[in-house]
Ligand binder design. Structure first.
Ligand SMILES: Cc1cc2nc3c(=O)[nH]c(=O)nc-3n(C[C@H](O)[C@H](O)[C@H](O)COP(=O)(O)OP(=O)(O)OC[C@H]3O[C@@H](n4cnc5c(N)ncnc54)[C@H](O)[C@@H]3O)c2cc1C
Length: 382
């Protein structure tokens, strides 16, 4: 919508929309969403279509798509399919990021093999005692000859219960703060690694979210990604690259909510006329669209800049915060305009509202993003 795209990009969008409508939507029914049972057959179709690995370089089994192309596809898969399912399918890209940024050629090939075989990978940074303050993690990695011994508990690991390999952040020296954080690849079948409880979430119910428990898990030194102390940097660098791809999911939900609400208010009548004929309602709808369109353009621009080689973490934080705040505002208004039915599971907007909330919490809560933005402003403006 109101954006110049090449014919190839339009084709990518169309294919993703068709896939979401034909393959994802019929599987992720209201009941399935409530149960949260992961649809492995559908995952296989996502993998076969290349959607779960589209951003990884071709030499490691991915599709090699640009950030902007991935964003176009994710927007369609989220708007017409399911944003939680997409999160679980694409967790491998988040997990592979630090390896791409700092791994050796052997490590990239090794990790890439899991991806090529259609296995799922997961990224584990957050812990019960450290989410926003990610630099204070307590999971330790102690060198013992040619191995590291990992101990600790991770939480909120997306796809953690489905994954065959993990990218795990642990500290080699807590007194060094983020400078002690080190990144490891850890296979699921390593003795001492267990998957803990699965979260029963408000939204994103098709994404699997679990604890990981590490008890004397031994990994060889060649499983360390980069140098000791580089892990935090490698993980944050990856987030800077991928933020617009995540943020577009929020915009997709907002647009889906707008479309449902326009259709509903055209047919729902009060006082003898459709609700949409009230100018007060039209203005709410117009504001929903104005903000969603503005946020979409911000996201598209941020993605295109990254593809041009400009990594601007302030812009990434602004994009993440703006898109998620808009998605929450728009889906809240959608529920409002559906009235009592908006609050009921038989109508689509309550799910969009539940899904939208997560965008302001994960990948760095919006308050933390605001801290980052304000810090940059204080440095930049004298
Ligand atoms: C569904 C889901 C999936 C996730 N997937 C992953 C994953 O795959 N891998 C992973 O590592 N993590 C994952 N996370 C973790 C996520 O990134 C954290 O939940 C998030 O960073 C917030 O941390 P927290 O939950 O510990 O909240 P807290 O850090 O306890 O913060 C609670 C609230 O306080 C606010 N707050 C905290 N500190 C400040 C401050 N200094 N100033 C102002 N406000 C502040 C926060 O903004 C937040 O609103 C996931 C989380 C969820 C819910």
């Amino acid at each position: 919508m109101s954006i110049s795209l090449t014919e190839d990009q339009i084709a990518l969008q169309q294919m993703a929309r068709d896939f979401a409508i034909k393959e994802i939507a019929p599987v992720i029914t209201k009941e399935r969403e409530q149960s949260g049972e992961f649809p492995w057959e559908l995952y296989q179709k996502m993998f076969d279509a290349g959607y779960s690995t589209m951003g990884l370089p071709e030499e490691y089994g991915g599709g090699g798509l640009s950030i902007f192309e991935q964003l176009l596809i994710n927007e369609q898969l989220s708007q017409y399919g399911d944003v939680g399912f997409l999160a679980s399918c694409s967790s491998g890209e988040m997990a592979f990021g630090p390896i791409l940024n700092g791994g050796t050629e052997e490590q990239k090939k090794y990790y890439g093999k899991f991806i090529q075989e259609g296995k799922i990978a997961a990224f584990a940074l957050t812990e019960p005692e450290s989410g926003s303050d990610a630099a204070s993690i307590r999971t330790t990695a102690v060198r013992d000859g040619d191995e590291y011994v990992l101990n600790g508990t991770k939480c909120f690991v997306t796809s953690g219960g489905l994954a065959s390999i993990y990218t795990i952040l642990a500290t080699v020296d807590r007194s060094k703060g983020y400078k002690g954080i080190t990144c490891f690849m850890v296979e699921r079948d390593r003795p001492g690694l267990t998957v803990g409880k699965e979260e029963d979430k408000m939204g994103f119910r098709m994404s699997n979210t679990v604890d990981l428990i590490l008890e004397d898990v031994r990994v060889p030194v060649d499983h360390r990604i980069g140098e000791e102390g580089q892990g935090f940097y490698l993980a944050m660098k990856n987030l800077d690259r991928t933020r617009p791809i995540g943020s577009i999911g929020a915009i997709a939900l907002a647009q889906a909510a707008i479309d449902h609400t326009v259709r509903y208010t055209k047919v729902r009548k009060t006082f003898g006329k459709p609700i949409i004929e009230n100018q007060a309602v039209q203005h709410i709808l117009a504001d929903m669209q104005i903000k969603t369109t503005a946020a979409r353009h911000l996201c598209y621009n941020a993605a295109r800049m990254i593809d041009e080689g400009v990594l601007d973490s302030e812009l990434g934080s602004i994009t993440k915060t703006f898109c998620s705040d808009i998605a929450m505002e728009v889906t809240t208004n959608a529920v409002q305009l559906f009235g009592g039915y908006g609050y009921c599971r038989d109508y689509p907007v309550e799910k969009l509202f539940r899904d939208a909330k997560l965008f302001a919490i994960f990948e760095g809560a919006n308050q933390i993003q605001r801290n980052v933005i304000a810090k940059k402003m204080m440095k930049r403006i004298n």
